[in-house]
Structure formats: C-alpha cells, structure tokens
Design a protein around this ligand. Structure first.
Ligand SMILES: CC(C)(COP(=O)(O)OP(=O)(O)OC[C@H]1O[C@@H](n2cnc3c(N)ncnc32)[C@H](O)[C@@H]1OP(=O)(O)O)[C@@H](O)C(=O)NCCC(=O)NCCS
Length: 396
C-alpha cells in the first residue's frame, strides 16, 4: 500500500448476540436501531479514554434501508445513545458486505486524514426486514445479471454445486458439521463472552429477559442428521438449512482510530489495517467472489496467502466456502480458517457479519501471539467479494 497514508488500527469490536429471525427469535420485539444503541454505549464503557465527542463519524452497513433500518440509521443511533446532536453518521449498502465496507470506508477515511476516530459497524434485522423486502428491481435486471437465480442466494449456491461438481453435498455437510463443532468448542470455552454485549429483550410471549448468547448454533449437528435435510432451493439439489447460513438478526460495531491518535490517548490497539480490495463476478455464482477479492488484496499488501496466519471467511453457504478455500490454496479443514466456527453456526445477519469477522479476527489475534497477518473476506449478493488484510498488534 501507499506508505504515506496514516496507519489505521482497530481498538475494540463488540456485537449483540445473534438471533434467529422470526417470532421465535430473541429480537422479534427489538428494533434494529436499538440493537446498535447498546453497542455504542458498551464501546464507550469498555474504552474510557475514548469519549463520544471524539467520534468523527458513525458509519453503518445495512442492507434493507427501509422502516426501522431506514432514515440514515448511523446518524440517529448516536442520539438514541444519549450522545447529543454532535456525532455525524451515515448508512451504506453493499448487502452482506455492508458492514465490512463500513469498516473499509472507515479505514480509508482515517488513512487519508479525514478523521482520527470513528465507529463502523453493520446491522440487520432479517426478521423485521426480510431479504428483498420492498425491492423493485429493474425490468432488465434478470437479463443483465445472468438469470433469475442471481436474485436467490440459495440458488447461487446450487449453481456453484452444479458448475463445480467436485464440491459435493457430502463435503458441504461435512464442512457444516465441522463448523458447528468448532463454534460449540469456542462458545463452551468462553470465546464469545468478550465480544458479546448482553441486551435486555422482550420475547414474543411477553417474557422480559437478558440475552447474552447466540441463538442459532446447533451443537448437536451430525453429518448423518444433515444428510436427511430437504433442499429448498432446488429439487434434488445440495443446499439445505444445515449447510447454509440462516436468517438472522444482529449488530456488530468496531472502533477505528489512527495509530497516532491511539498512541496519544494511550489506548492499546488490537490490529492494524494492511489492505482492502473488492471484486465482482458473475452474479449467478456470487459465492466465489472472495477469491478474486482476496487475490487483489494480497497483491496490494505484497503478501502471499501462506502468510495469512488466521482466515475469517464468511460462510454464506458451505459450498462457496469450500470453493473459495480450495481456490485460495487452503484445505477445507485448515486450522487457520474459522477456528471458532462461522456463519453456518452463528448465523448471518447480512451487514452485521463483516464486522463479526473482524471481531473474531481480533479475538483470535489476541489468543495467538505468534500470528502476524489475518484475512477477513466475504461474498456478496449480485456477485461481489470484499477482503481486508490486518496485522496483529498483540504479537509477542
Ligand atoms: C435455508 C433456509 C431456507 C432454511 O430456512 P428454514 O426452513 O426456516 O430453516 P429451519 O431452521 O427451520 O430449518 C429447516 C429444517 O432443517 C433442520 N435443520 C436446520 N439445521 C440443522 C442442523 N444443523 N442439523 C439438523 N437439522 C437441521 C431444522 O430442524 C428444520 O427441521 P424441521 O423442518 O423438521 O423443523 C434459510 O435459512 C435461508 O434462506 N438461508 C440462506 C440465507 C441467505 O441467503 N443469506 C444470504 C447469503 S448471501
């Protein structure tokens, strides 16, 4: 990267627990904007040297920008948090990578000198605002995007199975079962505790309770159990509820700062931004896009895939994760990849997932003092991939 840019660091990363979308979900009666408010307050409480007046922008990725998620959620939430009128904010959309793009734009912002400290995050309440809600695609959209399957993410995953038959249903189920097992180990050993901010909610039956655990993980998952599941996106297909990410609600937030300002404040940063890249591919196989995005990011960073000690790859679907890992030269069960499990287990509240990858990377850097570089990468509906490379600042 250009060497005269300001160095950008991550100071902290927090998230809500992730919920299942719908009436049985923990956030059925909680608004998307209220998911964010608790995170903003927690970031200030956890980092007492940083105060709201230092936040120069509040950049939020959110896919469906209507109803409770509309009206520039990034601006309103700071006032809801009690921070007064003085904190600017915005909302941006790159679907699943909306939150990662918020972080990407935030780093670029600080690197260029436009700001020294900001919050970037992602939120999605898929229970209240389902995928495609109130969208009005152009009459030629199907034609220019390669067909109707480009609009249905499950079908894009079926297309990958069809186009690259070396990635089988058996492999996808094995990958999904492994993901659930890794998540279960991470949860049981307390890895989520440091990043999850408990939140009081009212459940559908009126019970008021504090939730501090992710709702989607299914620790009892077995390959045998997955084998019997239906394939809702294609008759006799390969993609199931078990080897896909689910429909979820949640939010994740990160404090970004210039390294110089962090030093001035005496705040210990977790990791330093190295490179960002976005790439675009055929929308009907959108899940393959992390490959060109990562290759571009590695090139910008002057690094090789072998130098990535930790890889956080969003698992929209097992098959696209398998494809991406293979094409990036990694084995499906490489211990550097999604060590704490991924979206197949935790859920994928669209724009909240990119920052979740960054939060996981920060946590993994912390527990792995010899790791130097890490990658966060994800695919995006309509055929995009977004990758960011980071350097561990907690290295011994
Ligand atoms: C795949 C999908 C349609 C499934 O939705 P759903 O039917 O509401 O999912 P459920 O959680 O009810 O699971 C369906 C069934 O599979 C079972 N199941 C799910 N995960 C399982 C697991 N790990 N092990 C065993 N069974 C499992 C459920 O118990 C349920 O069984 P039942 O029908 O007997 O009750 C939905 O999750 C989806 O659309 N995912 C993709 C989201 C997406 O596109 N995101 C964007 C990515 S770019």
């Amino acid at each position: 990267m250009e060497k005269n840019l300001n160095k950008v660091v991550v100071i902290d990363a927090v998230r809500t627990p992730f919920g299942r979308a719908g009436e049985k979900g923990i956030f059925w009666k909680t608004r998307a904007d209220d998911l964010i408010v608790g995170l903003l307050k927690a970031l200030m409480e956890r980092n007492p040297r940083i105060t709201p007046d230092m936040i120069e922008d509040n950049i939020w990725g959110v896919t469906n920008q209507v109803k409770e998620q509309g009206g520039t959620i990034g601006r309103v939430v700071s006032m809801l948090a009690g921070w007064g009128y003085g904190i600017p904010g915005c909302s941006i959309d790159r679907m699943c990578a909306g939150g990662l793009t918020a972080i990407g734009f935030g780093t670029a912002y600080i690197a260029s000198g436009m700001a020294d400290c900001l919050i970037a995050g992602g939120v999605e309440h898929m229970g209240h605002l389902p995928m495609g809600f109130m969208r009005d695609p152009h009459p030629r959209a199907e034609e220019v995007m390669g067909g109707p399957s480009a609009f249905n993410m499950g079908m894009t995953a079926e297309n990958i199975h069809e186009r690259f038959p070396e990635f089988t249903r058996e492999m996808a189920d094995r990958y999904a079962a492994q993901c659930q097992a890794k998540a279960d180990r991470a949860i049981k050993s307390g890895k989520m505790k440091e990043m999850i901010i408990p939140i009081e909610v009212e459940l559908a039956d009126g019970t008021v309770t504090v939730v501090d655990r992710d709702q989607p993980p299914r620790p009892d998952t077995t390959v045998e159990g997955l084998r019997g599941l239906k394939t809702p996106f294609r008759e006799n297909g390969n993609v199931t509820a078990g080897n896909a990410s689910g429909l979820n609600d949640g939010a994740t937030a990160v404090i970004l700062m210039s390294e110089a300002r962090a030093r001035e404040l005496g705040v210990r940063p977790l990791m330093r931004w190295v490179a960002t890249a976005v790439a675009a591919v055929d929308p009907t196989v959108m899940g393959i896009a992390p490959v060109p995005a990562t290759q571009k990011a590695l090139k910008k960073a002057g690094l090789a895939m072998e130098e990535m000690d930790i890889v956080e790859l969003n698992e929209a679907f097992a098959v696209q994760a398998l494809y991406c890992l293979d094409r990036l030269g990694l084995k499906w069960d490489d211990p550097r990849v999604n060590k704490w499990g991924g979206s197949i287990a935790y859920g994928h509240p669209l724009a909240a997932s990119g920052p979740r990858l960054v939060a996981f990377l920060a946590g993994l850097f912390k527990e792995n003092p010899v790791a130097k570089y890490g990658l966060s990468t994800m695919c995006v509906g309509r055929g995009q991939g977004y990758s960011m490379i980071w350097e561990n600042l907690l290295r011994k």
